[in-house]
Design a protein. Structure first.
Length: 144
């Protein structure tokens, strides 16, 4: 029994290697990837606001103000009167939204109230068309 250990070519020349050299291919792909990353525009997660331009004239009469307080347990107060439920709150907000000159709504949450209660009031106001709403008393949330 014998074993052939040498090359199969009879001329004694080494065999030609048929594998592709992938190093230049990888270099080209990395350069293309870097160029792609550089040319992609930076994505900004910004909210576009229509801000007023210039100074508007002062109002002829002071605006009507509606104060909505959200107590620590989620109780909603409309101008110091307890609102029994969400339906009542939404009916009052709808009245404000239907007025031609909407009053300012000042939303004042308690420091200990859950965000869910405040977000519900804000979402209802937005959905019903109240445009003049603002959070009042934010200084209580500043950590000292």
């Amino acid at each position: 029994m014998s074993m052939n250990v040498g090359s199969s070519s009879s001329s004694g020349d080494p065999e030609v290697m048929v594998d592709i050299n992938t190093t230049p291919l990888i270099d080209v792909m990395l350069v293309l990837l870097i160029m792609l990353i550089i040319t992609i525009p930076i994505q900004t997660h910004a909210v576009k606001l229509n801000m007023p331009v210039g100074n508007p004239p002062p109002p002829l009469r002071p605006p009507e103000i509606v104060r909505i307080d959200v107590d620590f347990d989620g109780t909603i107060l409309w101008d110091s009167q307890i609102v029994p439920g969400r339906a009542e709150l939404e009916s009052k907000l709808k009245e404000i939204a239907d007025k031609p000159e909407q009053p300012e709504v000042h939303l004042r949450p308690n420091k200990l109230v859950s965000y869910k209660s405040v977000a519900m009031v804000m979402a209802s106001a937005q959905r019903l068309g109240v445009t003049k709403i603002g959070l009042v008393g934010n200084e209580q949330f500043i950590n000292n």
